[in-house]
Design a protein around this ligand. Structure first.
Ligand code: SF4
Length: 810
């Protein structure tokens, strides 16, 4: 390597500072293709743009390779970066207003033209440790590669080989990790004997001993069913397994539930009744390759952005898209058919689609004959659901219903994706079964690029249910009322187990208000912000003798506790999550927890041991080995086998490679069952006092109760507070202007919020998310519950909206 060669090499450097951890592909490529890269093609000095919360844009380093634009195209996002040439010497790199801040362009940029603000110090290659884990936000369960140095997470990236996201991430996955270092993190156990006292910091020994004694006292005085555990769809499988084992084997009750109760419990019940398994039937990558996608009650591009990219890519390649939603979501706007129904009318609409398929003879007769049961009764029931008969009730033109039925029935590669717009209704479980009817009647189950997939909201809502954190089943959905199963689990755990199904979460609150339920252990869950009708939940908490909360932050629920245990977050522990496609994957410890915070599984073990058990798990891998021993559908799962891309259950033995597609040859329950779906109206209808309907949901930038995303400064700068979407026509009628503060009232409470005039909502409906405790949306929401699973009816609540009169000072 001569001096001259070295000089030439050095000239290729743009001195961009190697902000991408010395990723300088540009240098390598310019050598390979003999490009003179001694200066920026623009030749200009253009100001560096630092206005984006996560991304620095330095057009001087742009080489017009257009990789950034192509990442937008790949994710089927309208171009958000652009390199504009006025002539060959002038190149400007910009991020435009359509940017969804996913950051893929930054990782694609081969120079420092696009760089992450989180990486301020250039590092040579190999300096940072790579830790492969799973995103902690939605149920897509994207694989994430964390780059860690000196105990600090510098960056999150995704590799194109890793499923299910294959290189894609949304802004929460790529940028939403800084909460782990927030000064609000709980670092010591907190204890107070009475709620009117302040918390004091105590040692683990004191906190554990106090809780053990209190639980024992309640059990002796009121019996084991006066106690219960709420586990978490945000915690890993191992903690959920121990939480339900703790309730059953230590407390002696089946009163164990988890926050799936507020989202996808109807999926577990509905799909189990119809197909025999309450889980998604097909892998997410099959979205691309479906001929028709039916997306029902899911704002996919905001709630599950990476699944949204897949849907948009599929549509770009020719997949037909039917969207059923009362809001004009991004997918609704691009759909072939958007069935813009009135909130609360899923059942008549879905029944009408099935009616039309049968009425026109479009059903898959061979499939129905060989693999299903109960069609005659359903056919009879559907007589009243002709498209013309439901048109005025649902607000969807009959012809559009007919078109949707024809489009869906014409394919053998039709996939149904649905979200909480189906489940969070009084008829939530029936809504799931109505979708299953459509899949069954067209034969779109048990094959590739077909099936029915609930899009799970929280990162491990699938896993928390799989682990038996439900009052009626053990791991792998083994019924607690089945004596053989009960005795088998009792032998494995060395105890006698209760045979009567326990209380669901809403039943625990009801029992607390009536004085029968006295003590709660609440792990990684914030019902006082996220449950519907939080006023009712608060009353229940006030009546309990002992409330123990385990979390990362002092949430509204933790503020109601007697004892608070500080927990480690996703980056600080080992374990596994199971995503929406049933894929179990490892999460791995990248950094140390703050102060004395401990992994959830460790805290539960300490408490069980203090109450007389000997839970001596040294590592969560040992817990997973125990799960495999007691769970036939997961008998082949072990950490060793989960090392790479994980396993998709059922995985019944060590030689089994997993089951990405369910019900291939037979349904788990034998035959697919058609279900008669009654039309159960929403609990509240608008009237003259409360003339508008409030629908609640999520926003792209935030997650759940917002305790993590609100503690990421960049995310907060994008969406700093809640707002009410209201149709301009309603706004004009009520004299409400854009960005004006309004008061929203329901029968249960009222709050102040900014109004935003938006045509995304139907006239007569409004929309809010629930990520901010200072705008407590759930103080408004309906006490209505799904009749089967008791999931709250978040999607329909009658409200009134008024201009907020600002009182002038006297
Ligand atoms: Fe995380 Fe969901 Fe975004 Fe994937 S789509 S990065 S899992 S929040």
């Amino acid at each position: 390597f001569t001096e001259e060669m070295a000089r030439r090499e050095a000239q290729r450097c743009l001195q961009c500072g190697c902000l991408g951890l010395s990723k300088c592909e540009y240098r390598e490529l310019s050598i390979r293709y003999r490009i003179n890269a001694s200066r920026s093609p623009s030749g200009l000095r253009v100001p560096v743009d630092t206005s984006h919360p996560f991304i620095i844009v330095d057009p001087n380093k742009c080489v017009a390779c257009e990789r950034c634009s192509r990442t937008c195209e790949h994710q089927a996002i309208e171009l958000t970066t652009s390199t504009e040439r006025e002539d060959m010497d002038e190149v400007f790199l910009r991020i435009n207003e359509r940017c969804v801040s996913c950051g893929a362009c930054v990782d694609a940029c081969p120079t420092g033209a696009l760089a992450k603000k989180s990486i301020m110090v250039p590092l040579p290659p190999g300096e940072a440790r790579h830790v492969r884990t799973v995103c902690t936000y939605c149920g897509t369960g994207c694989s994430v590669n964390l780059l860690v140095k000196n105990g600090v997470i510098l960056e999150a990236r995704a590799e194109s080989k890793d499923p299910p996201n294959n290189g894609d991430l949304c802004l929460k996955g790529r940028f939403g990790f800084s909460f782990y270092r927030h000064p609000d993190r709980l670092t010591m156990p907190l204890l107070r004997k009475h709620r009117d006292e302040p918390f004091r910091q105590v040692s683990w020994d004191e906190a554990i001993e106090y809780v053990a004694k209190e639980f024992q006292r309640v059990r002796e005085r009121h019996g084991p069913d006066a106690l219960g555990v709420l586990s978490s769809s945000r915690c890993e499988n191992e903690s959920n397994y121990l939480a339900q084992k703790f309730a059953r084997a230590i407390l002696g009750t089946n009163n164990i539930d988890n926050c799936a109760r507020v989202c996808h419990a109807p999926s577990v019940s509905g799909l189990r009744i119809a197909l025999g398994s309450g889980a998604a039937t097909n892998p997410l990558h099959e979205i691309e390759g479906a001929e028709v996608l039916l997306v029902c009650g899911s704002n996919t591009t905001e709630s599950h952005p990476v699944i949204g990219y897949k849907v948009k890519r599929a549509v770009k390649k020719g997949t037909r898209l039917i969207v059923i939603d009362p809001r004009r979501t991004e997918l609704a706007a691009m759909a072939d058919l958007w069935l813009n129904l009135k909130p609360g009318t899923n059942i008549p609409l879905l029944n009408a689609i099935t009616h039309e398929i049968l009425a026109k003879g479009l059903e898959n007769k061979a499939f129905i004959r060989e693999r299903t049961e109960g069609l005659d009764e359903l056919r009879e029931h559907l007589r009243d659901f002709a498209p013309d008969a439901v048109e005025s009730g649902t607000g969807v033109p009959a012809d559009m219903i007919r078109d949707a039925a024809r489009m869906y029935a014409a394919t053998r590669r039709g996939m149904i994706l649905y979200g909480l717009g189906v489940t969070e209704h009084r008829a939530g479980t029936y809504g799931v079964m109505a979708l299953a009817n459509i899949a069954l009647v067209t034969g779109n189950v048990g094959r590739s690029h077909a099936g029915i997939c609930p899009l799970r909201g929280q990162n491990n809502v699938q896993g928390s249910c799989d682990m038996g954190a439900l009052p009626y089943v053990y791991t792998g959905y083994q019924d607690v009322s089945d004596r053989d199963k009960r005795e088998k689990l009792g032998r494995a755990w060395g105890c006698r187990l209760p045979g009567v199904p326990g209380l669901t979460e809403p039943q625990m609150y009801e029992a607390a208000v009536s004085g029968r339920f006295k003590g709660l252990y609440c792990i990684g869950y914030d019902p006082l912000q996220t449950q519907a009708d939080t006023g009712r939940v608060k009353k229940a908490f006030e009546r309990m003798d002992i409330v123990v909360v385990q979390d990362l932050f002092l949430t509204p629920t933790a503020r109601m506790a007697h004892v608070v245990f500080p927990a480690a977050c996703v980056y600080e522990k080992d374990g596994t999550y199971t995503n929406a496609e049933r894929r179990i994957r490892r999460i791995r410890k990248a950094v140390e927890p703050p102060g004395q915070a401990l992994p959830d599984w460790r805290i539960i073990s300490l408490l069980a041991t203090a109450m007389g058990a000997r839970w001596e798990y040294a590592h969560p891998g040992e817990i997973m080995d125990e799960v495999a021993r007691v769970t036939p559908s997961m008998a082949g799962v072990s950490y060793e086998r989960l090392e790479d891309d994980g396993l998709v259950w059922p995985c019944p033995d060590e030689d089994h490679s997993g089951t990405p597609i369910l019900h291939r040859d037979a349904f788990v329950r034998g035959k697919g069952r058609f279900t008669i779906i009654p039309d159960i109206p929403s609990q509240e209808q608008p009237d003259e006092n409360y003339p508008l309907v409030l629908v609640t949901g999520r926003r792209l930038v935030h997650y759940n109760n917002g305790s993590m995303t609100r503690r990421c400064r960049g995310l907060m700068s994008l969406v700093p507070g809640e707002f009410l979407e209201i149709h301009p026509r309603d706004g004009a009628r009520l004299g409400i202007r854009d960005e004006e503060t309004v008061r929203v009232r329901s029968r249960r409470g009222s709050l102040k919020v900014r109004a935003r005039l938006s045509e995304r909502v139907r006239p007569g409906t409004t929309f809010m998310a629930f990520h901010f405790p200072d705008t407590l949306t759930n103080i408004l929401t309906s006490p209505g519950l799904d009749e089967i699973s008791l999931t709250p009816e978040y999607k329909v609540c009658a409200v009134a909206v008024d201009r907020e009169i600002v009182q002038e000072r006297q």
